[in-house]
Design a protein around this ligand. Sequence first.
Ligand code: FAD
Length: 517
Amino acid sequence: LSCITARIKLCSNLPVTSNNILELNPLDGASSLRTLSLHGHFSFDDVHHAAKDFGNQYQYYPLAVLRPKSVSDISTTVKHIFQMGPGSKLTIAARGHGHSTQGQSQAHRGVVINMESLRKPEMQINTEKLPYVDVSGGELWINILHESLKYGLAPKSWTDYLHLTVGGTLSNAGVSGQAFRHGPQISNVYELEVVTGKGEVINCSEKQNADLFYGVLGGLGQFGIITRARIALEPAPKMVKWIRVLYSNFLAFTKDQEQLISTKKTFDYIEGFVIINKTGLLNNWRSSFNPQDPLQASQFDSEGKTLFCLEMTKNFNPDDTDMVDQEVESLLSQLSYIPSTLFVSEVSYLDFLDRVHHSEIKLRSNGLWDVPHPWLNLLIPKTRIHDFAEEVFGNILTDTSNGPVLIYPVNSSKWDNRTSAVIPEDDIVYLVAFLSSAMPSSTGTDGIEHILTKNKNILEFCDVRKMGVKQYLAHYTTHDEWKAHFGPRWETFVKRKSTYDPLAILAPGQRIFQKAL
Ligand code: FAD
């Protein structure tokens, strides 16, 4: 390992300001990139969008943005920079939809590859016994949903929001309320085409170049650029019953969540969220959900309370309405939620999966989408979730007005430990996502400083209490933190880096490795 780390520098405490201008080697100018023969093209002026992401906290301007028209555009560019050798400081970041929150898809004075320009291969759906879709790494999940629904099919595992790219979510994991059953999105991929950090184009799968395949899945963009993915599909339902119920007792809430994800006959999607000190909560739900008991629901007061909402769906087709009602009733009868808080809605499968986009449209119209998003996502072992909840929901957080706080369990057995994604050791792991929005220039409780302090307090609490927590969509600034994040899998991660991206050209925004000079 020491000889590997001598070639790739591990990131130390890099300063993270946009004033951090690198000294440029003459090799690193735009002129050498202009010589490349490509189907697509480079932009050298129109690069500011590539210095932005959803987090709105980090801004690194690249030297150039590549809009590739073919996989060979990507391999030619990577090969060119690789062949410049360690004398060049140029790095490359694939940019999906730029929905990272901490600069992960940026490349300071490097090349950003706008993956959405790569429209090849065109989406191809195979409807055989094990159906799948072949898509470009820059494809948005919403487009895959629209296309696959034409064949009555859909991917099995999702994220809550679909305006994200295949390459972006597969570089992390891709988790939502279906993951308890199907695993994360990285457990539902048959094959990848990848451009490595040397510019080679390699097909990989469980059977072929398996080390690269598993390395790239959850690999934070470190080992290659995903240019094509073969995604598993299943028959798609037409409709879903969408159900919400409330708990005031955390123990009862988690007991029910864990019970639901551990049995075969269960809901198709299981998530949850925390509500602290909200007024008029159930009245707000009425715009899209129907209370089973309207009178009781109208008398329910959430002010000053800490509540836990269990959210579930059951898929169905219009012919099965009676059967699905019975199934839902039977499943609900086993749960111990507050009876007056049962709310049900019926929507199309498409509308359910694309639900966050509806919120996006509203937030955009109020100018509340392009604000800073200091998000914190944690994976917490089942055995520590109660200690965590007691302190975090009881003490550190005094309300949830800055954004949703999701909490739901997944089964670890559905995660493949050959991939690069790391999760805590336990049979059940909770995803807890603090999805805060900060009001620009506010110095109050909705300002970025306040929210970042809360995030820090949560992380420090987990650290002091040795909770065995892992960050999801992790962000660290030191080598030691990354090493601790990967734990026993760190050596494999470093070895894969030296094999597939020995000059540490790829995904510099993750700040794990630094190009050796
Ligand atoms: P980017 O942010 O552009 O890229 C992410 C990283 O992957 C970067 O390091 C980049 O260099 C690298 N990368 C991008 N494309 C490729 C490629 N083709 N090959 C190799 N590396 C690549 N995540 C969940 O798991 N579940 C959720 O429910 C969920 N909900 C979300 C809701 C919203 C509103 C937002 C903004 C994000 C959500 N996410 C969720 C997080 C999301 O998965 C990440 O932001 C992810 O990075 C996808 O975003 P992207 O496609 O824009 O990728």
